[in-house]
Design a protein around this ligand. Structure first.
Ligand SMILES: [Zn+2]
Length: 277
């Protein structure tokens, strides 16, 4: 290859590299909260002391410079017949209007795991391609409902929803750890919150942001490295907390799944909506 041609090849590959790394605006949207606090010992195995924690329900939006409108998790609907005495909430899709986004415009949903409060809302976004770990899907639609299976936090109606997505060719099953599923967006497994739960790393220009979802319920878990009680493997969960901490430079940029502190750490762009990045 002559000199001119090789320069041309370098420019082409640089161009391809830049194109494959869009920037993402990252938002957290809170659509509900528990009406009572929980003792810290219920949130972190091994925690002592009499502290208690507020619990909220949120999902995350990644708005890409490439036109992608990606949700991480989908919130829930009223399928669970939630008792308002314990949880105050409003339909999660309504939060999107605060950012002038219509539910139909959502292109992708990355499901971190199929617990009712994370998967229940997928049908609110009819055009979205859903991404989920293959082993998590298999367990959710199969073994969980067999004798001896662990179906804690699973809702039968959600099984039908995700099977329907699959029938409609709107489900992509991701297999394994450290997989780039979309440009600049990687998923990682390891915490075993469900059979094969995953977290999301958004590699947006300088800083990396981890959407941990329930792979850390609270900043308390991240700081203390104490696992939550809901996991198939307590040791794996703690190990994964350590791993996430090595992947970012600022611990605040590991976004836990149920911590209202998220909404005071970052700039507010609307009521119950903050911009993480
Ligand atoms: Zn969960």
């Amino acid at each position: 290859m002559n000199f001119k041609l090789s320069i041309f090849a370098i420019i082409l590959s640089l161009n391809a590299f830049c194109q494959s790394n869009p920037s993402y605006e990252i938002y957290a949207l809170k659509f509900g909260e528990r009406t009572n606090k929980i003792p810290v010992s219920d949130a972190a195995v091994g925690a002592t002391g009499s502290d208690s924690l507020n619990v909220c329900f949120m999902y995350w939006l990644l708005k890409g410079s490439n036109g992608k409108i990606i949700l991480v998790d989908a919130g829930f609907t009223d399928d669970m017949k939630i008792n308002p005495k314990f949880i105050a909430w409003s339909p999660p899709e309504q939060m999107l209007s605060k950012l002038n986004i219509k539910p139909e415009a959502v292109t992708d949903i990355i499901l971190t795991h199929p617990h009712w409060d994370h998967i229940g809302g997928i049908d609110l976004y009819p055009n979205a391609q859903v991404w989920m770990q293959k082993e998590d899907y298999n367990y959710f639609v199969g073994e969980a409902w067999q004798k001896g299976g662990n179906k804690n936090g699973f809702n039968e109606l959600d099984v039908l929803k995700i099977v329907n997505r699959n029938l409609n060719q709107k489900l992509k099953l991701v297999q394994g750890d450290d997989i780039e599923i979309l440009p600049g967006i990687k998923v990682f497994t390891g915490s075993k919150h469900t059979y094969e739960s995953q977290f999301v790393l958004v590699d947006s220009a300088s800083d990396k942001v981890i959407i941990a979802s329930d792979n850390a319920w609270f900043y308390y878990n991240i700081n203390s490295l104490l696992p939550i009680p809901v996991t198939h493997d307590v040791k794996a969960y703690s190990k994964n907390l350590k791993r996430m901490k090595k992947m970012v430079t600022n611990m605040d940029l590991i976004i836990p799944g149920h911590d209202p502190l998220v909404f005071s750490k970052f700039p507010r762009v609307a009521v119950d909506v903050v911009k993480i990045k």
